[in-house]
Design a protein around this ligand. Sequence first.
Ligand code: F6R
Length: 240
Amino acid sequence: MKVIISKDYDELSKKAADFFEERFDKIKVLGLATGSTPIGLYKQLIKRVEDGKISFKDKYSVNLDEYIGLPIGHKESYREFMNDNLFNHVDIDIKNTNVPFAKDVDDISACEKYDSIIDGLGGVDVQVLGVGENGHIAFNEPDSELNYNTSIIKLTDSTINANSRFFDSYDDVPKYAISMGVGKIMEAKEIILLANGKKKADAIRSLLEGDKITCNSPVTLLKLHPNVTVFIDEELNNAL
Ligand code: F6R
């Protein structure tokens, strides 16, 4: 596992964008994440499209997850997040972008459909990941067991609290989500994990220190993947 330490969030985002620029022509399917962490990377990718350095023409994307219960078009839905922070500003064909969507917590067919979309595209070439303070990747929350495939997840209090900053209150945060499973994430040919700030120290420590792999910190599964690059900032590195 490669670890790249940047002086701050801005540099981290630029280095992650450099990583993409170097191999962009070879990527067909991008695995994308939401949350605050990748916003700087997406800004950089938009700039590089504007500068003619990369193009999203003929690229496909699959996102990791989506809340359940938000109306279509809700500003905090992950589909809107992706449109606002990336897709509307680059030359991707919106029909080639995929964000999972489950109409309710019993919508198992939405999970199966999402996995067949990923398989039908030939899998993910490069997967972008953030990490939860509790070690979750996508919405695979710490638990006694984890799902290989896309599934419906009950969010933990830690995640609802962390994400309540985007909503008016804790009560407004959806309590369930549809999420790519850890197996599908691990099938990506290459993974980049971005994390900044000392709040992510426990999660990143569980990944970078020792050789334990545990469902209590799903990010530790990345120790089993042959091609992972971790981008962190100095604040986080100093807290390890
Ligand atoms: C988002 C996702 C989550 C976030 C994680 C960190 O698609 O899958 O796992 O990456 O919750 O969120 P931020 O970046 O907001 O700290």
